[in-house]
Design a protein around this ligand. Structure first.
Ligand SMILES: *Cc1c(COP(=O)(O)O)cnc(C)c1O
Length: 468
């Protein structure tokens, strides 16, 4: 990896304003270019309008207003071009405004925009379900139903599990994130900003420890077994297995800080569920659809859930979500029991078919693994230089580092914010995460060119060197 010197904003001030960025998608010039302070004057004007028109509860990780995006860059209203290590939040996995997505969605827009699948069905909805069924990690024949958002998919997976088992309780894990609706914020672990002041919460939600090796009190070797024992204790002693409809788990936790469960934990959870007739739901809203170098993150562990939820990467930026599962469970909800006005919108379905096509045509599973092969060693080298990097983890293009006070595991959220801001100022879009706010997470689009990936890692390395 070459370390590009960090360029100061002034160094680029002489460059004439760029007008070639009007068009987004893969045609967008693939380069980093920062020529104002961040956010720039035009973005600050728009921020003023935002403050007057939107509630304070809507924030942005990097408040530059976007004009165009594609390949591996996001271009703002001031003509700054950022290297994209976010993909929205793991949404534009095939790239922003990817050709296959845009062409199919545009053609669909010309034909019809909506019928409501519950009124008149259309082929593309069925085709998206077939694509998901073919690749789903579940055993035996699969069925899929479509929704609009990740939260809606989780809500419906729980409805299906309850209908199939006749049981009420749902078990979620520490550090989990499942959405912002009443049930899904209840399932989410972290209080601020997701839950505080928004209660009372939904009933029959229980929480088990996540096999978080880096922070396991008795050490990483004991982690998977002790976390599995704690789940058994919760299910058998506290709730009663005969009352548990579902165990819900992210095969790699997203907002919680890209926590990869200790090896063996997911298969232990699956066995615990199987033995007790409990539905195992894998929430792959963030980790699914090529993000980790396999179609689903749970594929890395060879574990088969009963239901799997997808959303973020599914529509290439258009809203669409799915619940895919074993046919006999999926058929448990009565006719008319599943659906929604906009669910499986035809433009979103067309876009999703474009996503499958882009992943196949571009061999993007391999690209995600290649991104991992570049990122993990580069981040490990940074960890050797900086003891504030406590942990490096993740799979494919879903990689994170956890920042701590040098020498121990005390989370350092303040440093995490500072590093993120310094990356932003230098033209690298990174996101933070984690229960303790001390994780920098990297979710580059799989269309990010290799030279920009390496340039982005160089900016990150410079940001740590400048703190040292
Ligand atoms: C983002 C996310 C959700 C919620 O999805 P929305 O589309 O924002 O409702 C649920 N689960 C996981 C793992 C997520 O990352």
């Amino acid at each position: 990896m070459h370390h590009q010197p960090q360029r100061t904003p002034e160094a680029d001030m002489t460059v004439a304003p760029d007008t070639t960025h009007a068009l987004g998608g893969p045609a967008l010039p693939q380069r980093r270019r920062i020529h104002t302070e961040i956010p720039g004057p035009r973005s600050r004007e728009l921020q003023e309008r935002q403050r007057a028109a939107l509630p304070a509860g809507v924030g942005s990780a990097l408040p530059v207003f976007v004009e165009a995006a594609g390949g591996g860059v996001v271009v703002d209203a001031d003509g700054n071009s950022f290297i994209d290590f976010g993909s929205g939040i793991a949404v534009t996995t095939v790239g922003n405004a990817a050709t296959g997505v845009v062409e199919r969605a545009a053609a669909q827009l010309q034909r019809f925009t909506h019928t409501c699948f519950l009124v008149n069905p259309y082929e593309s909805y069925v085709a998206v379900c077939e694509e998901l069924n073919r690749r789903a990690p579940v055993a035996g024949p699969a069925r899929t139903v479509l929704f609009n958002t990740g939260a809606e998919a989780i809500e419906n997976a729980v409805k299906i599990a309850r209908a199939a088992t006749g049981r009420p309780a749902v078990v979620a894990f520490d550090h989990a994130y499942h959405g912002r609706t009443l049930l899904t914020m209840t399932l989410t672990a972290k209080n601020r900003p997701y839950k505080h002041g928004f209660g009372p919460f939904a009933g029959e939600v229980y929480r088990a420890p996540m096999a978080y090796a880096y922070r396991w009190p008795t050490g990483p070797e004991q982690c998977a077994r002790e976390a599995a024992d704690a789940l058994v204790e919760l299910v058998d002693r506290q709730i009663g297995a005969e009352n548990v409809a579902a165990v819900l788990i992210e095969p790699i936790q997203g907002e919680g800080g890209f926590i990869v469960p200790a090896p063996g934990f997911l298969s232990a959870v699956a066995q615990i569920c199987r033995d007790r007739g409990i539905v195992l739901i894998a929430d792959e809203v963030q980790s699914g659809l090529a993000r980790t170098g396999r179609w689903f993150a749970i594929d890395h562990e060879g574990v088969q859930p009963d239901l799997v939820t997808t959303a973020k990467g599914l529509g290439g930026g258009l809203p669409i979500a799915g619940v895919t599962g074993r046919a006999e469970l999926m058929d448990a909800a009565p006719a008319g029991g599943l659906g929604g006005t906009f669910s499986g919108n035809p433009v979103s379905c067309a876009a999703a078919l474009g996503v499958f096509e882009e992943i196949e045509r571009g061999d993007l599973l391999a690209r995600a693994r290649a991104i991992e092969a570049t990122m993990l060693p580069a981040l490990d080298r940074m960890r050797q230089r900086h003891d504030v990097i406590g942990d490096v983890r993740g799979r494919g293009a879903m990689i994170a580092i956890e920042l701590v006070k040098g020498g121990d595991h005390t989370p350092d959220a303040e440093l995490t914010g500072r590093i993120a801001r310094s990356c932003h100022a230098a033209g690298l879009l990174v996101l933070t995460a984690g229960t303790y706010g001390n994780v920098l997470r990297f979710l580059p689009p799989l269309s990010l060119p290799q030279d920009l990936l390496e340039e982005g890692l160089g900016i990150l390395a410079d940001a740590f060197d400048a703190q040292a």
